[in-house]
Design a protein around this ligand. Sequence first.
Ligand code: AMP
Length: 281
Amino acid sequence: MKIVRTKSDLRGLTRGWRAAGETIGVVPTMGALHEGHLSLVSAACEQADRVIVTLFVNPKQFNNPEDLAKYPRTEESDARKLDPFDVDVFYVPEATEIYPEGFATNISVNGVSDGLCGANRPGHFDGVATVVTKLLVQTDADFAFFGEKDFQQVQVVRRVVEDLDLGCEIVGCPTVREASGLALSSRNLRLDDAARQKASAIYAALTDATAMITAGQQVSNVLDQTRDKLVKHGLGPIDYLELRREHDLALTEDTRDPARLFVAVWLDGVRLIDNVIVRDT
Ligand code: AMP
């Protein structure tokens, strides 16, 4: 695995692969790699001839400077975690490779960006859409792998790729969880043992709610009960707990639609998100 830090070095490699007729898969990350990221890497290695994992802590997608400052930076151990995989390139660009001086373009996606995390984190999805567009262009990828833990992000990126004819297939991969059900996240590193224990109530509450909705209970009642349950477990405040359609992320109470239940909740100053399928496509 080569560590590459400039877009021109990267282009040198991707040109050769393209000339040889090889396909390219990319896994964009912000580092602090865990099994969730590695599941994407594994999917990429299965699907593409060449695999690039990117590490860039994107300042444009942090609406809170403290969150950006606290974000873990562990490049060396991240590289070691990639060793067992057939990764060709670990692309770790300097900020100027992504946002050179004078950079003035913003990619903003309407609709799917508006609710959920978009409502609570102004500018976040503009930052995501802008950096992912840059990374897809720089890596010349045929496939890009994203985790469904951040399902709204997957839908935002799909929209950008379709609208801008980026010609890259977006592959959504299932959420990887701890045995307790807690979705793996780099932010979990900021939780102590007691908080992690509490956080496992999130997935339990989502799966209980799904069972109640599937059994025909009224969605708004189920959501109210679930909010109470989260608060009783010491979680909160809750930014959102909502049932939304998969394809356009519109709010729904109609469980005939393929839909997911989405939550964002605070615990000890850490914002945790998760979602589960209520009705599959
Ligand atoms: P991040 O480094 O947090 O930006 O995440 C990089 C990629 O890993 C994104 O596509 C995330 O959705 C994905 N990811 C993060 N956590 C998980 C998880 N628990 N399961 C699957 N994918 C994940």
